[in-house]
Every structure is written in structure tokens, then in C-alpha cells.
Write a protein of this length. Structure first.
Length: 649
């Protein structure tokens, strides 16, 4: 692996109180919601390694200090440390980083930017108290910055100036590239200044331009305009101001002629950047910047350049976003990219993800480096994370469900309870099955650490004998606790065949409560049958909408038996078969429209974890308590809700 950033530590800078990303991916896709510090993370790296950043910018202002640190007038230290690896076989890189080595096996180098109160002139040292240096309140004038190298406890001033040889180049988020390309520091200008055209060709071009100008000035209209301008100027100010207005096309000097070259968006040279879309202009601007980085590498101005790109998706449609991101991944061995596009996050390799999240103590970062995901699971998850499901990376709370039916039904139930999931950043994510384990590891404390819950069917046998659900066993396997182990040990080898409960009822109730405390909610049979027992009204409306009169009559008869808990295996199978004939997703779509208008307050008693048929409401109640600080349903006068829930079970 080539030279790359292996670890980052930021302290007291902008969004970051104390940020440590270790290990830092060689190719990093930094994602997160707005205002969590994606751009500030790249700027922090520039303070350490960008050779083009003026030193005046490295002198921070009060607004650059993390709010939670106290800041001016107290003494505070801003630290940004970068550890580099992957340069064992690169002698030039080793020479540039010689003052920064921290370890020999494997070879690592550490560079630190530090902004802190300077030593007083009298050499008495810095008084790190609330009153700062020499007893007075601190201002920006009392601070200075330094670049240090080596181990943290032995950091010393760097003599070799590594940022002159190992640099970070950040391509900013583009909003108006056409304006940027007309400025003096345009990357086109930089590229033109680097090239050395054939002197004879350049001189011949200058002569041709001068000849063209002379020819145009022989035209009476043009020469007349020039004469008129001169006369007008003399009439205005007289001979006291020495000026002679002259019309022309370009200066005659060769270097000035090169700077007159403009970029067009078509081969006929008719459409300039101002005549194209913002997205197209951004792509052209990015192409110029990448070419400028390439030329720096070819000229060996730097040992290497670590490229950072902010929001490459700006103003580009989905297919171009993915194509551009794929190109950057292939071309740049050490790439830092920020994005809030789920389309880019969806195709990013899982090991490259760096998720930023705001907390009361400043933004923090999580990665998948310690998520204990196998290569096969990683491959499956990467295929899974299409643009829709990549939404989970930006969720404040993710509700993991089995399929499309839940994806329609859960938001509808939330709407009926006046709980706007989007307002609170809650996403309902279908995992298209029941294998929740890899998702729990991806989102867990050792992974991206995204709060989440699981909603899964009980899948209890449809035979007439009671049997604890396979779904319950599946859910218990997702949890590590004494109760989970005891419950799993109590399951017989063939729980569906013996005609008896697989678990002691009290142990099952205890296990369900423990599952709910761990954000896992398990139903009784299936979503459709469990909800039909709770909310027959919306089911009746959806059945009438989607089935013909005869089939609707038969289905409504099944629904009534399910409502009264008089259904047997044949009734349940017939009920599910008609729904499957319509399509579970299609039926759930229509059901959702009826559920959204339903009054859920009579179902208060079903929020207790011992009521498995209320599991869809229980997961929303848990989400509401987490995100809104209050239960899903307000208390009502229906004191028999729990009794009715237990009766339905």
C-alpha cells in the first residue's frame, strides 16, 4: 500500500472537542449529516499538510476554537495530529519524514499542528490558568502555531518541512465553477503556466494575431470607432492626461497570449462555461484540478499528494455521481472524499466509510474497522446498500425490518400516532430477509455505532398446537445475556412437533422484556395476521379495495375469525394466500393508507412487551421515547387494553 494517512487526532478545533480516528482508512469516504464537520475535517488536514495554504490562515481565530473548550480568554491548545504509513519502500518519502518517525516496525511518521499560547518573552513560561499569560486575558495575539514531528510525548519542531514534499490537495465543494474558472487562480491558468509551447509556433501565433488586428483596423467602422474614442477622451480631460485609447484583441507578448486561452464545452468553440449547466461546469473544473495534481506528481514537486474531494456529487445526476466516484477510487490510491449523497455512500467500500455524528461534546467518528464482519458478509452488505438502504448511514435511529410490507406499514402507524419519523431522523430499513446479524454488527458499538432497533415476525407454527415461535429463537440469538442463553437452552430440538410450549410462559415473558430492552421486537405469527388481530378495520378497507366481491367476502370472513381468535391453520393459510396473490408489498401499500387514518389510542395495552401481536407498535413506542422523550400513545381510559391484548394472544 502506498503512503497514506493511518491515524488522525483533532482536539479543540471547530466541531471537534476530541476526535480520534484510528485506524483511518487509506481511502476514506467521510459521510454524515450537514454541519457535523466533514469540510472542517479536511481543513484540519490542510493545516498540517497543505503546502499551498498561507501561513496567515494557520493563525486561528476565536471562531475556530471548539466552543466546549472555553476558548479565549482562557488558555486552550488546538492540536491536529496526522500519522502516515505505507512508505517503507519509498526512500524520498522516508527522507522527507525523517524528523517525524515514531516507529520502525511498521514504519510510521507523526506530524502535528499545534496552536497555543506562546512563551512570554521573559521566558517565565505559560501560565495555564483562566487568566492566561502573565495574568491577563488571552487574545489571538497571545497565540502562535507550530508544526511538530515525532512521538506525541517527544514532539519537536520539524526541520525537513514535510508538507513541501508530502501534501494534501483539497478540491472544494463546487457551486459555481464557471465563476471559479474565470478567476486569476483558476486551475486552467496554473496548467497553462506549466506548459512550454514550441517557441516558433508561439511566436508565429503572436504574429498571426497582430496581423489579424491590423487587418481589422483597416475597416473604416472599427478605425472610426477608435478615432471617436480618442477624440471623446481629449474633449473630456484635455491633453493633461496622457492616454490614447486603442482597439485590439490581445496583448502581443507570448506569455500573455497563452493566458487568453479559454475553455469551451463544445468542439465548435461556441459554448463557454457560462452557457452550460452547473453540473457540467463542475465536472470540467474537477477535471482541471485533477490534471493539475497529476502534473505536480509528474514534475516530482511532491513525493506524493493526498487528494481530498468535497461533495463531488454537487449538481450531478445519480449515474454520473456513481461513475465519477468509481473513477476517483480507481485513480487515487490515497483519497479523502466527503459526501452526504446516499448514492455515493451506497457504492463506497465498507472499510472506507468514516461516519461523523454530532454529540454534546463535539462531533465523533466511527468506522467499520472493528465491526467483526466477515469478508462474505461485507460483500453482501455492499451489494445490499443501494441508494435507498444507504439512508441508514444518515439515520439518527434505524428501524431494521424484514421486508417491504413493514417498510410501508410502520411509517403509516407512526403517522396515525402523530409521530413524524422524518422530523426525528428515524429511517425504516428493509433488510430483505431475517438475517439481522451482519446489520447489528455493522451498526453496533464496535461498528458505525448507529442507534437501531429490530422488528421481526414471530413465525410461530400455523398448526393448531401452541409452539414458541422460531422468530423468538432467532431474536434471542442476536442478544448476549443470561436470559437469552437460558431461553435458547430451553428450546427443544423440534419445537413444532411436540405440541407443547417450547418455553415456560414466565421465561418467555422475561425473554421478551429483555429483547425489548435491547431494541429487538418479535411478533407472534406474521405481520399481516398480528396486525389483523389488532386493527381489523384498516384490513377490511384494504380487502374491499383490492379484491373482487366473492374473494373479498371470503377474506372478510377469515378476518372476522382472526379478530375473534377463532382462526385455525386453514383460516390463516387462506388469509395469507390471498394477500400473497395480490403481493405483500402491494397489499401493504393500500393497507398503509387506511392505517394512517386509524385511531390507535385503544391499543395502549398492546405496548407491553408480553403482547407479541403489538410488536409493530412497541418498536414505534421505543423509538418515540428515544427521539421525542414521550410514549407513542397517550394514556386513555381503556383500562382493559392489556387484558384484551393477552386474550388476543
Amino acid at each position: 500500500m502506498s503512503l497514506h494517512i493511518a491515524r488522525i487526532e483533532i482536539e479543540n478545533f471547530r466541531n471537534f472537542g476530541k476526535l480520534v480516528i484510528d485506524p483511518f482508512p487509506a481511502t476514506a469516504v467521510i459521510v454524515g449529516q450537514n454541519n457535523v464537520g466533514k469540510s472542517n475535517l479536511l481543513f484540519a488536514l490542510r493545516l498540517v499538510l497543505d503546502p499551498d495554504l498561507p501561513d496567515s490562515v494557520r493563525r486561528l481565530r476565536a471562531e475556530d476554537i471548539f466552543d466546549g473548550s472555553g476558548g479565549f480568554p482562557q488558555a486552550v491548545t488546538v492540536r491536529i495530529a496526522v500519522e502516515l504509513a505505507g512508505f517503507e519502500d519509498d526512500s524520498r518519502a522516508s527522507a522527507a519524514l525523517v524528523d517525524c518517525f515514531t516507529a520502525d516496525e511498521p514504519l510510521r511518521a507523526r506530524i502535528e499542528y499545534r496552536f497555543e499560547p506562546r512563551m512570554p518573552v521573559d521566558g517565565t513560561g505559560v501560565n495555564q490558568t483562566d487568566t492566561g499569560v502573565s495574568g491577563h486575558d488571552l487574545t489571538a495575539a497571545d497565540y502562535d502555531w507550530r508544526i511538530l514531528g515525532g512521538p506525541e510525548d517527544q514532539a519537536r519542531p520539524v526541520r525537513s518541512e514535510p508538507r513541501r514534499y508530502i501534501g494534501v490537495r483539497v478540491l472544494p465543494a463546487l457551486r459555481d465553477a464557471s465563476d471559479e474558472l474565470t478567476r486569476r487562480r483558476s486551475p486552467l491558468r496554473d496548467l497553462l503556466d506549466r506548459i512550454k509551447p514550441d517557441p516558433e509556433i508561439l511566436q508565429g501565433a503572436v504574429g498571426d494575431v497582430n496581423s489579424a488586428v491590423e487587418l481589422l483596423l483597416t475597416d473604416e467602422a472599427i478605425s472610426g470607432l477608435q478615432t471617436s474614442l480618442r477624440d471623446q477622451t481629449i474633449d473630456m480631460v484635455g491633453p493633461a492626461l496622457e492616454v490614447s485609447p486603442t482597439l485590439g484583441i490581445t496583448p502581443a507578448a507570448p506569455d500573455q497570449l497563452l493566458r487568453q486561452i479559454r475553455l469551451f464545452t463544445d468542439s465548435n468553440k461556441r459554448r463557454g462555461l457560462g452557457d452550460t449547466s452547473v453540473g457540467t461546469a463542475n465536472v470540467l473544473y474537477l477535471a482541471l484540478l485533477l490534471e493539475a495534481v497529476k502534473q505536480r506528481r509528474i514534475s516530482r514537486e511532491h513525493v506524493t499528494t493526498i487528494l481530498g474531494v468535497e461533495e463531488p456529487e454537487a449538481h450531478l445526476h445519480v449515474q454520473v455521481q456513481r461513475r465519477l466516484f468509481g473513477y476517483l477510487l480507481r485513480q487515487e490510491p490515497a483519497l479523502l472524499l466527503t459526501s452526504h449523497s446516499p448514492h455515493i455512500a451506497a457504492v463506497a467500500p465498507l472499510p472506507s466509510l468514516v461516519l461523523l455524528r454530532a454529540t454534546e461534546n463535539g462531533s465523533i467518528a466511527t468506522t467499520t474497522a472493528r465491526a467483526n464482519i466477515t469478508q462474505q458478509e461485507q460483500d453482501d452488505l455492499e451489494r445490499y446498500l443501494d441508494a435507498t438502504r444507504a439512508e441508514l448511514l444518515f439515520a439518527k435511529l434505524a428501524l431494521l425490518v424484514e421486508g417491504d410490507a413493514e417498510r410501508y406499514v410502520i411509517p403509516a402507524l407512526a403517522k396515525a400516532a402523530k409521530f413524524d419519523l422524518d422530523e426525528y431522523g428515524v429511517s425504516v430499513i428493509s433488510v430483505q430477509g431475517t438475517d439481522f446479524g451482519p446489520f447489528r454488527r455493522l451498526l453496533g458499538k464496535d461498528g458505525l455505532d448507529i442507534p437501531h432497533s429490530v422488528l421481526t415476525d414471530g413465525d410461530r407454527s400455523l398448526d393448531p398446537h401452541p409452539a414458541t415461535s422460531d422468530g423468538l429463537a432467532r431474536a434471542l440469538s442476536l442478544m448476549e445475556s443470561d436470559i437469552a442463553r437460558r431461553a435458547l437452552d430451553a428450546f427443544p430440538v423440534h419445537p413444532r412437533r411436540d405440541g407443547h410450549l417450547a418455553l415456560d410462559p414466565e421465561l418467555e415473558r422475561e425473554a421478551r422484556r429483555e429483547l425489548c430492552r435491547n431494541g429487538i421486537f418479535v411478533g407472534d405469527i406474521t405481520l399481516e395476521i398480528d396486525l389483523a388481530r389488532c386493527l381489523p378495520g384498516p384490513f377490511s378497507g384494504a380487502i374491499k379495495d383490492l379484491l373482487g366481491s366473492r374473494a373479498a367476502t371470503e377474506q372478510l370472513d377469515c378476518l372476522e375469525k382472526i379478530r375473534q381468535s377463532k382462526d385455525d391453520i386453514d383460516v390463516r393459510k387462506a388469509f395469507l394466500k390471498r394477500i400473497e396473490a395480490i403481493g405483500k408489498g402491494r397489499f401493504a401499500q393500500r393497507l398503509a393508507s387506511h392505517l394512517a387514518e386509524e385511531d390507535l389510542t385503544p391499543l395502549q395495552g398492546m405496548l407491553d412487551p408480553v403482547s407479541p401481536i403489538g410488536y409493530a407498535l412497541q418498536v414505534l413506542d421505543d423509538a418515540s421515547r428515544r427521539m421525542r422523550g414521550r410514549p407513542l400513545l397517550e394514556s386513555n381510559e381503556d383500562t382493559n387494553g392489556q387484558d384484551r391484548a393477552e386474550a388476543l394472544c
